[in-house]
Design a protein around this ligand. Structure first.
Ligand code: CA
Length: 227
């Protein structure tokens, strides 16, 4: 598969899993680096600027959530989080921690590779839609530089949060159904459910202000134009 020279950081403290994931991704044409604990994951993410991070939740040093926070504060990068249990995934989705997708152990390497492709395709497709700067009241979105400011303050959004905001901002005040957001932002990624949409909306509200996005119960969300 011709994926160019995309670089992936695999963060996993179990060597057998790390090696088999890395081997599969390398066989598919990716450049792969491995980190085995929280601090080295953050250091390597800064040094190698990966296109995507496969991130185990439970790690020595500090956990995957802290890695996700530190890396995303530095530069937005898609994160595929590995969890040990389904209920752990549910909890993380509820917390809106900034991962773009989740996969529960034990997983098939084939399934993981498919998720990696899907996530990169989604980011690529959305990047190509980059257009002019969007200004709505005190909200400013720069799709080229992928930066967001509210009232002059920068907000650090994950790639998925950014795409979701851009889609809502494209039709300000209009109610966008959750399933339409799934199609347009997630590209019907099978792993994504409308719950994933809710989780990312929660994160946007936390980072940009609770007043920015209105919930229309049973339907979807609308971006309010801030003053
Ligand atoms: Ca682990």
């Amino acid at each position: 598969m011709a994926e160019g020279h995309r670089r992936i950081l695999v963060v996993e403290d179990e060597p057998a899993i790390a090696e088999s994931v890395a081997a599969r991704l390398r066989a598919e044409g990716y450049e792969v680096d491995i980190a085995a604990d929280g601090p080295s994951a953050v250091r390597q993410a800064v040094e190698t600027a990966p296109d995507l991070i496969v991130l185990d939740l439970m790690l020595p040093g500090f956990d995957g959530l802290e890695v996700c926070r530190r890396v995303q504060a530095h530069r937005p990068v898609p994160v595929l989080m590995l969890t040990a249990r389904d209920d752990e995934t549910d909890l993380l989705v509820g917390l809106a921690v900034g991962a773009d997708d989740y996969i529960t152990k034990p997983f098939s390497i084939r399934e993981l590779a498919a998720r990696v492709h899907a996530l990169l395709r989604r980011v690529d497709r959305n990047t190509q839609q980059a257009a002019a700067k969007i200004v709505l009241g005190d909200l400013e979105i720069d799709p080229v530089e992928r930066r967001v400011h509210r009232a002059g303050e920068p907000a650090h959004l994950t790639p998925t949060e950014f795409e979701l905001l851009v889609h809502l901002a494209g039709r300000p005040r209009a109610v966008v159904p959750r399933d339409r957001l799934l199609t347009e932002v997630w590209g019907w990624n099978e792993s994504a459910s409308t719950r994933t949409v809710d989780s990312h909306i929660k994160a946007l509200r936390r980072k940009l202000g609770a007043d920015l996005i209105r919930t229309v119960h049973g339907v979807g969300y609308a971006l309010e134009v801030p003053r």
